[in-house]
Design a binder for this molecule. Structure first.
Ligand code: NG6
Ligand code: CA
Length: 509
């Protein structure tokens, strides 16, 4: 274990849950801006600062050098929608039906009555923005219209500004939505979307393979947009369609615009990159740069976005006043449904690091993700922390950071671990709960991991992922076996009983 390390006394007090200024009898220091860069499907082993020698991510590495690099932080789920739901609401997604991977036309999954992380920042006087991948539904119900104002939307759950992709790069509609309106939409060419049936006369990946520049390896055979077959059917909106090669630049540009526009007041920015989700179509200037094909090139594109944010903070004089968190919504996958040669060109690269499983899985690589915290002058530089932490706890921790009180019932599953986040406390969380694609729950506590029994398939053949599902109880000794090679449930009935009871207690809350 790492020893606790020194930082400014002010933060230690803050981490202890005391109002720092009141305790020190001084003027309150303004809480910092907060930026969360949330990558899509970026694996622990996809960053060179996490030990990978097969890829260079100099900007993420720089952030780590100037802050803390965590090795034991978990996202809430091993897929996007539930992970993001947990992060933004502080409630476990498995408490709420309908939080599985959302269709591109899903209704808004977070209800306007919920008090989100963005609401919390607003209550503390921040201006709030969401830029990039959303994937938490929009509008009243599924099948909403896309041609006027899309409501309810992000404004109704606390975001003053939004520029988003509704779902994922591989789901229609393939358009940007800014402040709840599709960008560049020609009213003469309205958008129609269906996740049920094709539009007569519109080509599909299934029927028109001759129109494709990228072919599916599984799924992804419905609407064709720019020669790429997607999930869901779409017609119209030609002038509004994104160009896949430009998505990272558009998202980055909007994020930098938000930062610059709000440099004079506290802001919270949730920046969800499209990299490195499928279809991986990074800008031409990254093509071929990683030697690993589009997946590796997309990692470089992600890293470039990180660099742009760091540079912007420097040039605007905001670096010392901004807490930057870099992480990923879930672990890595190599073949996620397109023939982009990702498996063939992987070489020695291990997106999972030393962990087992990957995206969709209950094993560690599903949820143990990159996590970097940088706040120059306030968070110690060049540190490694192996403290246990979950994204579910960011909500309460950030509430403590900005001194905001939570209304009754808000963020029910989130716990304040600000000290861990800022590096003053190496203890970490008492437990972390995860959920995989098959709804299998797991809990980690005190170095042990219990995975609840499941009759779901043990492997996802299409993505070549070990899912962590087993009809038998699983117990892993993560301190001695981080790769989860030996199920030691049979020899440790006491630990199994303890973790099972812990999980039951958390479920019953
Ligand atoms: C799966 C998609 C996959 C990806 C995933 C969501 C198929 C065959 N696979 O259903 O490509 O889109 O959903 O990924 O359609 S996530 O990171 O947004 O959770
Ligand atoms: Ca994802």
């Amino acid at each position: 274990m790492h020893k606790p390390f020194d930082t400014l006394g002010r933060l230690s007090l803050c981490a202890a849950g005391l109002a720092p200024a009141a305790a020190a009898g001084q003027q309150p220091a303004a809480p910092p801006n907060v930026i969360i860069i949330y990558a899509d499907d970026l694996g622990f082993g996809d960053l060179s600062c996490n030990g990978s020698r097969t890829i260079a991510t100099p900007n993420a590495d720089r952030a780590a050098r100037e802050g803390i690099r965590f090795t034991n932080v978990h996202t809430v789920a091993s897929t996007s929608t539930p992970a993001r739901y947990g992060l933004l609401t502080g409630q476990y997604p498995w408490r709420k039906p309908g939080t599985g991977i959302a269709a591109g036309d899903a209704g808004m999954i977070i209800s306007p009555e919920q008090y989100t992380l963005a609401d919390l920042f607003k209550s503390a006087g921040y201006v709030t923005g969401a830029v990039g991948k959303w994937h938490l539904g929009l509008g009243e119900t599924a099948r909403q219209q896309w041609n006027g104002e899309i409501a309810p939307g992000l404004r109704d759950i606390g975001f003053d500004y939004s520029f988003i992709m509704a779902a994922t790069g591989d789901r229609v509609p393939c358009v940007y939505i800014e402040n709840q309106r599709v960008v560049n939409l020609d009213p003469e060419d309205p958008i129609a979307v269906s996740y049920e049936k094709p539009f007569p006369g519109e080509p599909t990946g299934r029927d028109n393979p001759e129109l494709l520049r990228m072919t599916p390896s599984h799924g992804h055979d419905q609407a064709i947009v720019h020669g790429i077959p997607r999930i869901g059917y779409m017609k119209g909106g030609k002038s509004a369609l994104w160009r896949d090669e430009e998505i990272a630049d558009r998202i980055t540009e909007k994020a930098l615009g938000f930062i610059a526009d709000n440099r004079g007041r506290p802001f919270f920015l949730y920046l969800g990159t499209n990299d490195i989700h499928v279809p991986r179509v990074p800008h031409e200037r990254f093509a071929g740069r990683s030697g690993m094909g589009p997946r590796g090139d997309a990692v470089l594109s992600f890293d470039h976005t990180v660099g742009k944010v760091l540079d912007a903070l420097d040039s605007l004089g905001l670096a010392d006043n901004t807490l930057l968190i870099i992480s990923s919504d879930n672990g890595p996958v190599v073949d996620d449904g397109y023939n982009d040669r990702a498996a063939e060109l992987l070489g020695d690269h291990r997106p999972w690091g030393d962990f087992r499983g990957g995206k969709y899985s209950a094993f560690e690589a599903g949820t143990r993700v990159p996590f970097i915290v940088r706040w120059p002058g306030h968070v110690a530089a060049n540190r490694i922390s192996d403290a246990l932490l979950s994204h579910i706890d960011l909500y309460a921790s950030l509430a403590a950071l900005c001194g905001a009180a939570l209304p009754e019932g808000a963020a029910p599953d989130s716990r304040n671990h600000l000290g861990t986040l800022l590096g003053t406390d190496s203890e970490g969380a008492e437990y972390v709960v995860g959920i995989n694609l098959s709804q299998t729950l797991s809990v980690i506590s005190d170095g042990w991991k219990y995975i609840a029994p499941s009759n779901a398939p043990a492997r996802n053949e299409a993505t070549d992922t070990e899912m962590g599902n087993d009809p038998a109880e699983q117990l892993y000794d993560l301190r001695n076996d981080p790769g989860e090679r030996r199920n030691v449930a049979a020899g440790n009935p006491g630990e199994v009983a303890r973790l099972k009871a812990l999980l039951d207690r958390i479920k019953a809350r």
